[in-house]
Design a protein around this ligand. Structure first.
Ligand code: PHE
Length: 453
């Protein structure tokens, strides 16, 4: 069967650029900022193990489905799914998964740029040597003070949003390609430097044990939900980003190999971040459950003590900002593509509109640190609320619907056509995962977390 649709926004010029872009979207604050802090809050090894299981059993099969939908649909997530449901003579209802994605992307951006903004602030703190020889208590204080300065944080947040919108206006491909070429090598090198420091000067074995020797008594239903949500979040699943990037993927590229590479890199970077952070946590007797400040309260201690520390620290935070930035682009692009395709507005207008909406929505996150009493929803800070609503609810729900759609609703020939040369065994294993494992796992974890059983 031939491929009739084409994307309005062109195609990636090579497989590698797609891999870079998808990996750029996957690797972000989720890996370096969020993963370590939720591991710290949920007891370490057992949580990590569960998260790895979710990546393999749920994340990888689902990522394949999302790329497949995007590449066949060649539109924004909602319209791609709609086109494919028409092709398989199914109800239009299924496009709801694309909707979840577009909306989640925007809600994630209500807080994502804020954390990237913290990172940007730290670039300058690092460059002027603020961390040099500073005590853990002083470094902790630095963070607690910064987050309660709304003007400062909002300023950096707007810089991040504006930069993302700027690249999106120019077309995602050009901007991303340049950014990503140097980001990954730099990220790996800097993380390795931090890990080497942790090996020599941190409580490395304690950190290693905390991350990798599971203590199953620490597992909770809520922890399972957080691990599940994070598997989606870190691979950019359930949000439409991967569908969107898949829409620009040339037909001849093999999907499965590409995905293993992306998921592998993403996981590797998260684990490296953990290995850099926890030895420092334990060496200085800091609480592992330090919450969203963990990264900012630990690594500066290490940088403050190593030779050329302010240089490395500066580069490190620059790299975090870049990682966040390439993810932010992926978070915004589905909504922009939707506006362009649906209402025939220009790319510029669409990007500015979405950027404006995000700027307004992110105010609540900024203020939830300085005015916690006012900016809260249902007992959670606005910041936590947007995070939990997306990572622990919308993304898994969107993912579940996608799995059911591709696993049960799409015509088999259409699916087979996209996966081309995949060996029969793996094809069947993949279908099994989509049909049974993903839906069951999501439902079981949800039910447990709500406390129904
Ligand atoms: N995967 C990104 C991270 O780990 C976040 C993200 C989610 C990006 C969804 C795009 C889409 O930081």
């Amino acid at each position: 069967m031939s491929e009739p649709r084409q994307s309005l926004h062109g195609e990636w010029s090579s497989r590698w650029i797609f891999i870079f872009a998808a990996a750029g979207s996957a690797v972000g604050l989720g890996n370096i900022w969020k993963f370590p802090y939720i591991v710290g809050e949920n007891g370490g090894g057992a949580f990590v193990l569960m998260y790895l299981l979710f990546i393999i059993a749920i994340g990888v099969p689902l990522m394949m489905s999302e790329i497949l939908i995007g590449r066949r649909g060649r539109r924004n997530p909602a319209d791609s799914v709609r086109a494919l449901s028409e092709e398989s003579q199914r109800s239009k209802f299924w496009q709801i998964t694309g909707w979840f994605g577009i909306i989640s992307g925007i809600i994630v951006m209500f807080y994502y740029g804020v954390i990237a903004g913290w990172g940007l602030d730290y670039v300058f703190k690092a460059a002027v040597g603020t961390f040099d020889g500073a005590s853990p208590a002083a470094i902790s204080q630095l963070f607690d003070t910064m987050i309660t300065e709304p003007f400062r944080v909002m300023f950096w947040n707007v810089v991040i949003i504006a930069a993302s919108v700027f690249v999106i206006i120019g077309g995602v491909k050009k901007g991303l390609e340049t950014a990503l070429r140097f980001m990954f090598p730099a990220m790996l090198i800097l993380l390795l430097i931090a890990v080497v420091y942790a090996v020599y000067s941190g409580a490395f074995m304690t950190g290693l044990n905390f991350l990798f020797s599971p203590d199953f008594s620490q597992l909770t239903a809520q922890g399972a939900l957080i691990a599940l949500g994070h598997a989606f979040f870190t691979l950019s699943l359930g949000q439409g980003a991967i569908m969107m990037y898949g829409a620009y993927l040339p037909k001849r590229v093999s999907i499965p190999r590409t995905i293993l590479l992306i998921a592998g890199l993403d996981t590797f970077i998260a684990l490296l971040a953990g290995l850099a952070i926890f030895p420092i946590v334990f060496a200085h007797g800091l609480p592992a459950a330090s919450g969203p400040g963990l990264l900012f309260k630990t690594l500066p201690i290490a940088f403050g003590q190593m030779p050329y520390g302010s240089l490395f620290a500066t580069l490190f935070f620059v790299m975090i900002v870049f990682a966040a930035f390439t993810s932010a682009i992926a978070l915004i692009e589905p909504a922009v593509a939707w506006l362009i395709e649906r209402f025939a507005v220009s790319r510029k207008r669409a990007a500015l509109l979405v950027g404006g909406l995000i700027t307004v929505g992110s105010l609540g996150s900024v203020l939830s640190f300085s005015h916690p009493q006012t900016f809260q929803i249902g007992g959670l800070s606005y910041f936590d609320f947007t995070d939990q609503l997306t990572a622990n609810t919308f993304l898994p729900l969107g993912g579940l619907i996608t799995a059911v759609f591709v696993g049960w609703m799409m015509r088999r020939e259409a699916v087979r056509d996209e996966l081309g040369m995949m060996a029969n065994f793996w094809f069947q294993a993949w279908q099994f995962a989509l049909r049974f494992i993903v839906p069951l796992a999501v439902i079981i974890v949800f039910i447990n977390a709500i406390g129904l059983v």
